[in-house]
Write a protein that binds this ligand. Structure first.
Ligand code: PLP
Length: 478
């Protein structure tokens, strides 16, 4: 073999570079969790691109690459990272991910990932139990909530359509009922499935931004009258923008009445099944035909890891099966250990180990502690916002997603959207904090997700101070 090629796999180089990397990441973890650096070193996209073009031409040193990569990335472990829903992963989970990347078991069939496949089964059984499924619940891990929702909705379609849809294609006008506040991945999944806009039946939300369950009947009948065969109802647990949980019990009763598939998109907040204090938010999910839960949001794993869970085990085998109906009737003995028969992916990452390492190292109760703490922070932060006359809380949060805006008395309503957008933009480029924004009923709100256990009351006070000073400065300037 060519020496250069051989050197790629040199164990001594791996050891030397690996130790330097761990050293670097240890310091990074210390500095970022203690907030001793900006949360982000903001650069315009074109500047970032020219930097990396130059780096590509000039560098051949992996350590330099590591350092620059860290320096030019957003720091999720920073207590002032309060923006999107991605969590600061438990370091043990990152360590086992490195192991997984090196041994690179592909998971499609049993012998391409024997240990990780069995571990996946252990975890799936735990999640099924936590949801409250009977012994017949089952599922698998897939790459993200977006793919998870698509998979679950494909299962719903298989269940509803009596002809062989894999063979014949879509023949009916099918529809799914979903909250107007649902994550866009639901909309996207239905369009991928060929439902078109008419098949996405958006039910309005009430003042608390959860689906108006009293409108379900009316929207259902209207769709039927328009020639749409409604096959499923989707609940958000919670919705992404405002973090509010739909009434899953009411949705479940409604879907039972009309024999519809009930899917719960719990990508963000499904982790509440572990919280003794907040588990009530997921009540009704135990009746859902399918539930999607992201590990990389509330369950401390690096991206990606998504649980796709089914109340009926047989369904988890038939989604991608050519002869779905036949399979269900026959209820044949499935091979749980051959994963690719059930997932969109053929090769997939060893995702199970990311969750399992946390479970083994820290125990199951760590998920209770983490979810409870973060949802408690949501309450604490919203109380501070409510008490401040310059700020307006969008709504009392259910979870760790808190939306509010700068709204001093003297400012006229038309200006508020522009000011709040400018505040968010200012904070992004300043790099001390990371928050995002959302639009609720045509009003621009600042949006925070309290996803970092190191965020605390002094972080909140500092952020509020920054928003007030920035807002007032914009007011004077304009
Ligand atoms: C984040 C989110 C998704 C998408 O999940 P990804 O893992 O980012 O693909 C879907 N639905 C809801 C409610 C979410 O919060």
């Amino acid at each position: 073999m060519d020496n250069k090629l051989k050197s790629v796999y040199n164990p001594d180089d791996f050891n030397r570079i690996g130790h330097e990397l761990i050293e670097l990441l240890t310091n990074y973890l210390r500095d970022s969790t203690e907030g001793k650096m900006p949360v982000m070193n903001w650069k315009e996209p074109s500047d970032q691109l020219s930097y990396w073009k130059k780096f590509t031409d000039e560098s051949n040193d992996p350590i330099e690459l590591f350092k620059n990569l860290i320096d030019r990335s957003i720091h999720i472990h920073h207590p002032k990272y309060m923006g999107h829903q991605l969590c600061p992963p438990a370091p043990i989970s990152a360590l086992i991910s490195l192991l997984g990347e090196l041994i690179n078991n592909g998971m499609a069939i049993y012998e391409m990932g024997p240990a990780a496949t069995a571990i996946e089964k252990v975890i799936i059984d735990l999640i099924a139990k936590k949801i409250g499924y009977s012994n017949n619940g089952d599922g698998y891990i897939t790459s993200g909530g977006t793919i998870g929702n698509l998979t679950a909705l494909l299962a719903a379609r298989q269940n509803a359509v009596k002809h062989d849809i894999w063979e014949d294609g879509l023949q009916d006008n099918l529809g799914v009922m979903v909250s107007a506040e649902a994550h866009y991945s639901v909309d996207r999944a239905l369009r991928i499935m060929g439902f078109g806009a008419k098949g996405i039946i958006k039910v309005p939300v009430g003042e608390d931004f959860t689906i108006k369950t009293e409108l379900l009947e009316e929207y259902y009948q209207k769709s039927i009258d328009n020639g749409i065969k409604v096959i499923a109802v989707v609940g958000s647990a919670p919705s992404t923008s405002t973090g509010m949980y739909d009434d899953l019990v009411a949705l479940s009763s409604f879907s039972e009445k009309y024999n519809l598939w009930f899917h719960v998109d719990a990508a963000h907040g499904g982790g509440a099944i572990f919280s003794s204090k907040y588990r009530y938010l997921m009540k009704g999910a135990e009746k859902a035909d399918s539930v999607v839960i992201d590990g990389h949001k509330m369950l401390m794993t690096p991206a990606l890891l998504t649980f796709v869970m089914f109340k009926n085990k047989d369904v988890s085998y038939s989604t991608f099966s050519q002869k779905a109906q036949y399979l269900w009737e026959k209820n044949q003995d499935e091979e749980w250990f051959n994963m690719a028969r059930r997932t969109i992916e053929c090769t997939k990452l060893m995702m199970s180990i990311k969750f399992y390492a946390i479970l083994i190292t820290h125990g199951e109760d760590i998920f209770n502690l983490s979810v409870t703490h973060l949802y408690d922070l949501g309450k604490e932060f919203s109380a501070l916002i409510k008490a401040n006359s310059n700020l307006e809380l969008a709504l009392q949060p259910h979870s760790n997603i808190v939306c509010f805006r700068f709204k001093p008395e003297k400012v006229n309503v038309e200006e508020l959207n522009a000011i709040n957008s400018q505040i968010r933009n200012h904070i992004l480029k300043d790099g001390d904090f990371y928050i995002v924004q959302t639009v609720i009923e045509d009003k621009v709100y600042l949006r925070t997700t309290l996803i970092n256990p190191n965020t605390n009351s002094s972080t909140f006070e500092e952020l509020i101070g920054l928003i007030e000073t920035t807002g007032n400065r914009i007011l004077i300037g304009s």
